[in-house]
Design a protein around this ligand. Structure first.
Ligand code: UGA
Length: 464
């Protein structure tokens, strides 16, 4: 057993597991990446990710070619070698909003059968507070003589900037009972930080700053300043509380936007004014169609369930969801006041839940496209990366185009539903000749109202 240069096994190759295994192998660790899905493992072996994430393919390819990243479908071939195991499996929502922990427990029980003594089992999957104790008990039941430690180590990377986030660690939270185990996990990421300090990060920066407002400059920052050691329960709660707070910020901005529409203020100006207060910050105050994705919807509902299970209520978190659930209807209502939706050809630009990813889980853009289609509109759509993924979620009659121009052609209304750079940097002057109507609904408030108006568009935003 070597805790100086430990061998690592990562279970689950979703956004977190795949990115983490790619980064750790590039930083010099020997990493087994386990997934039961043969397609995901085969794609990794070819040196690629099975989803779109800027820069990630290079890391996967380097890892595999160096021999340090070893994708496999077998626990037996990977877990016995591990000094440290990271569990990165999915925790989808059940119908009642609580988290389905089947994969979390299954990964732990399968590992328990072949873990070696002294191994550290690290939970990166987002789980409700209290789950860690349950996992410890289950591992103990399967393998009563096993000596192991358990650490909660929540992950904070965001899709679209996953690689940048994994390499620019703004804080690393570790929670558990054994202080030595916490230090071993921190050491793993200290080495990533050292590795990262030597890299040029410009290649995978497209949506950083522009999107998340992340400003950490790791080159001048001591890693120890970014370490947070907590109890097991606190670390579990940090993750869902952080995501719920970020979702709350967005819902707050959207609440202010709705007032702006009525009183004639501009929400972008208001948020710029608010965001410069360093206690508040500008990030996550971009109003628009609302939040989606594989994390916020699941984690906020999960936290509400935890309150309920403890006979508590959190009106502020309930309201966060309520505001978000109303955003698509709000956009439809605003559009209805301008055009007769049922007789329009509407081009929806952007289908992924945010720019920089092909992920369409809980995408507000897709909800909007389907809603407009149900109201009788002819709906045409385009996304730079998520066309294929969106097909199964879009109503049958919604058309998917292969270019922006094809979507724009003869449309009465253009909606920016996801703020891809391709749309923000588009030559909107030339677009005027393609479209039939002149309404441009910027449902992410990212275009310049004055420029668009000067070109001849009737610019509509949310709260501006
Ligand atoms: C989120 C968190 O930001 C990560 O820190 C966390 O690790 C991750 O969840 C997770 O739990 O795994 P992610 O869902 O990838 O990351 O994306 P975000 O950038 O947080 O965006 C979420 C949604 O909020 C998107 O639909 C986006 O369009 C929307 N959003 C974001 C806004 O409407 N306004 C904003 O100002 C920011």
């Amino acid at each position: 057993m070597s805790m100086v240069n430990p061998t690592i096994t990562i279970i689950g190759t979703g956004y977190v597991g795949l990115t983490t295994s790619a980064v750790l192998s590039n930083a010099g660790y020997k990493v087994y990446a386990v997934d039961t899905d043969q397609m995901k493992i085969d794609t990794m072996k070819e040196g690629k990710a099975y989803f779109f994430e800027r820069g990630l393919d290079d890391f996967v390819r380097n890892g595999v070619e160096s021999g340090r990243l070893m994708p496999t479908t077998s626990y037996e071939d990977s877990v016995p070698h591990a000094d440290i195991i990271f569990s990165c499996v999915g925790t989808p929502s059940k119908d009642d909003g609580s988290s389905n922990l089947d994969y979390v427990y299954c990964a732990a029980e399968s590992s328990a059968k072949c873990m070696k003594d002294g191994c550290i089992y690290v939970q990166k999957s987002t789980v409700p507070v209290g789950t860690g104790r349950g996992v410890i008990a289950r591992i103990g039941n399967v393998n009563p003589n096993l000596k192991f430690d358990y650490v909660s180590n929540p992950e904070f990377l965001a899709e679209g900037s996953a690689l940048f986030d994994a390499l620019n660690i703004d804080r690393i939270v570790v929670g558990g009972d054994n202080h030595k185990a916490l230090e071993s996990v921190l050491r793993i990421f200290k080495k990533v930080d050292d590795f990262s300090k030597k890299l040029d990060h410009s290649k995978y920066k497209a949506y950083v700053g522009f999107y998340s407002g992340k400003v950490v400059n790791i080159k001048d920052s001591d890693f120890s300043q970014r370490e947070v050691r907590t109890s097991l329960e606190s670390a579990e709660l940090v993750k869902v509380a952080a995501n719920s707070f970020l979702a709350l910020k967005i819902s707050f901005a959207n609440s202010v936007a709705m007032l702006c529409d009525t009183v004639g203020a501009d929400v972008t100006e208001v948020m710029n004014g608010i965001g410069l207060d360093h206690r508040i910050g500008r990030a996550m105050l971009y109003s628009g169609l609302g939040w989606g994705g594989g994390c916020f919807p699941k984690d906020v509902r999960g936290l509400i369930s935890v309150y309920k299970e403890n006979n508590l209520d959190s009106p502020i978190i309930n309201a966060t969801v309520e505001v978000n659930n109303g955003m698509v209807a709000y956009v439809v209502k605003k559009l209805q006041r301008i055009v007769a939706i049922g007789s329009c050809r509407i081009a929806i630009l952007g289908l992924s839940f945010k720019p920089g990813t092909s992920d369409i889980r809980s995408s507000q853009s897709i909800l909007l496209a389907n809603r407009l289609f149900d109201m009788g509109a002819e709906v045409v759509t385009f996304d730079p990366q998520a066309n294929r993924e969106a097909r199964k979620e879009l109503s049958k009659g919604v058309e998917i185009c292969t270019s922006i121009e094809e979507a724009l052609k003869d449309s009465d209304v253009v909606v920016i539903a996801t703020e891809w750079k391709e749309f923000l940097e588009y030559d909107w002057k030339s677009a005027r000749e393609l479209v039939s109507g002149n309404v441009l609904f910027d449902a992410r408030n990212r275009l310049d109202k004055k420029i668009l108006t000067d070109i001849g568009f009737k610019y509509v935003g949310i709260g501006r």
